[in-house]
Design a protein around this ligand. Structure first.
Ligand SMILES: [Zn+2]
Length: 473
């Protein structure tokens, strides 16, 4: 029997073939010879089986001849959710991985981020990171930008133009001893955050929203943290930051906030831990701190590439999940060197196996569980699971059409394989060449429909930003 969502919106696409997704109960659910209908609002209108084609066609008013049939080596999976990525740091991704966190920030990150005052530079980097992540299957991204409101608004515009679902954060920081010119006064930070939020909301982008973004406790005074907590509460907004990433940082937070019981308590007492909060890393959170995450509904973004590349630590994901804390995966570009969520999947499995080497009794994560973390888990971590994360009827159709045998792609199929093996091969061996189409809210966003000449698209984005700056609404 088909699951269906009665709505007035007409059916715009119907696909037939293998669908693989996660549910709360099942890490990998495989639907073979399934029929999935997407309506004109981009939502999943029904999921049924191929044998019910004619019944469904009659019920939903589409013609069986318009159904798109997947091939034998293809499947649909939900789009992946990157719960933590610094769009501004994409300019130096793949380099500068030779220092620990705090020295890395001062030497590489802050000097680069300060360049985003220049909108042409911002436009070049942001266009590329949005395109690169979309092509690699990131249908939802939770972005850190920089302290610059106009460049952060431009990132929102570019994500909207290319059709990516995104939370965009203008970074807030009123403390920076290392690179003194890259910070704000508390008043600037508060006023610019309010302006950024108002202007981004005013654009009414359907899939792009602001997120309140204190960089991390070491970059913010308690007064600023308190103001940001109030701004998030008054506007019912998402919140993101970093927590317990490296040992030196954890010790400094203790010194700077002696009145707080723990790092988690620093955020909690400034109203920054809510069920719309996502905190990156969390390598050194105590069980008591994880309990506070669960009580408040805050989530952890696991960024294994960055945790290893900057020698920060190894997050025990199993322990976080055992505490019933929501958890998604993040690339953490550019502390993490890869912008691809497939890399985050692989590094998550590697980290879990390193923990198993250290303790043979450890309950290693399975690839099925990690697939769920990259999709449904990420949507839950961002409290967007009412809209995306799996193929539940009524959610938006955010999906990757994967062809495991795509010409030129890095997978050789020696024999005919069952769908679960195809999924495992794709997660471990595949890349963007296997992701033949990407859909966000029912719209095909990859292959790109924008002009092939990226300079044209970039200058178009920049022109319209200048225009909107000249004529504020
Ligand atoms: Zn980060």
């Amino acid at each position: 029997m088909a699951h269906a969502h009665r709505t007035t919106a007409a059916i715009s696409h119907v696909f037939r073939g293998t669908f693989i997704h996660s549910t709360q109960k099942t890490a990998v659910q495989i639907l073979e010879d399934a029929l999935l209908g997407v309506n004109a609002e981009g939502k999943i209108a029904f999921i049924g089986t191929g044998v019910d084609l004619h019944k469904l066609a009659q019920a939903f008013g589409f013609s069986p001849s318009e159904v798109t049939q997947l091939t034998q080596h293809e499947f649909f999976m939900p789009g992946m959710v990157d719960t933590h990525i610094h769009a501004s740091q994409y300019s130096y991704a793949g380099t500068a991985l030779d220092l620990p966190l705090l020295q890395w920030l001062n030497t590489y990150t802050f000097p680069v981020e300060s360049r985003f005052k220049d909108l042409d530079f911002a436009n070049r980097v942001y266009t590329r990171v949005v395109k690169r992540t979309l092509r690699n299957g990131t249908t939802t991204a939770c972005y850190f930008a920089t302290i610059h409101s106009d460049a952060s608004l431009l990132l929102g515009q570019i994500a909207n133009d290319f059709g990516q679902r995104a939370l965009v954060g203008k970074v807030c920081m009123d403390r920076n001893e290392g690179v003194k010119h890259y910070k704000e006064t508390i008043q600037e930070s508060q006023e610019e955050t309010s302006r950024f939020i108002a202007e981004l909301l005013n654009k009414k982008y359907p899939l792009v929203k602001p997120i309140v973004t204190p960089r991390f406790a070491l970059s913010c005074t308690g007064a600023l943290l308190g103001q940001l907590g109030a701004i998030a509460k008054n506007n019912n907004l998402h919140i993101q930051s970093h927590i317990s990433e490296n040992v030196e940082e954890v010790n400094l937070v203790k010194e700077l906030f002696p009145e707080s019981e723990s790092y988690t308590d620093v955020y909690h007492r400034h109203n920054l831990l809510t069920d719309k909060t996502v905190m990156a890393h969390g390598c050194y959170l105590s069980d008591k701190e994880l309990d506070l995450f669960r009580e408040t509904g805050a989530s952890v973004s696991h960024c294994p590439n960055s945790n290893i590349a900057l020698c920060s630590g190894l997050l025990d994901v199993r322990n976080v999940l055992n505490h019933k804390v929501k958890l998604g995966l993040g690339t953490d570009v550019a502390g993490g060197y890869s912008a691809s969520m497939l890399d985050a999947v692989r590094r998550t499995l590697d980290t879990s196996k390193v923990l198993t080497i250290q303790d043979p009794e450890y309950n290693t994560l399975t690839f099925e569980e990690v697939f769920r973390l990259a999709t449904l888990g990420g949507s839950q971590a961002l409290s967007l699971d009412d809209q995306t994360g799996n193929f539940e009827v009524g959610k938006d159709f955010d999906a990757l059409r994967v062809n495991v045998a795509a010409p030129g792609a890095p997978i050789d199929l020696i024999q005919c394989e069952e769908p679960k093996i195809l999924l495992e091969k794709f997660l471990n061996l595949g890349d963007d060449r296997n992701i033949v189409e990407v859909f966000v809210a029912g719209r095909m966003v990859v292959p790109f429909t924008e002009p092939v000449d990226s300079c044209t698209a970039e200058s178009k984005s920049l022109r319209s930003l200048h225009l909107s700056t000249q004529h504020p609404t």
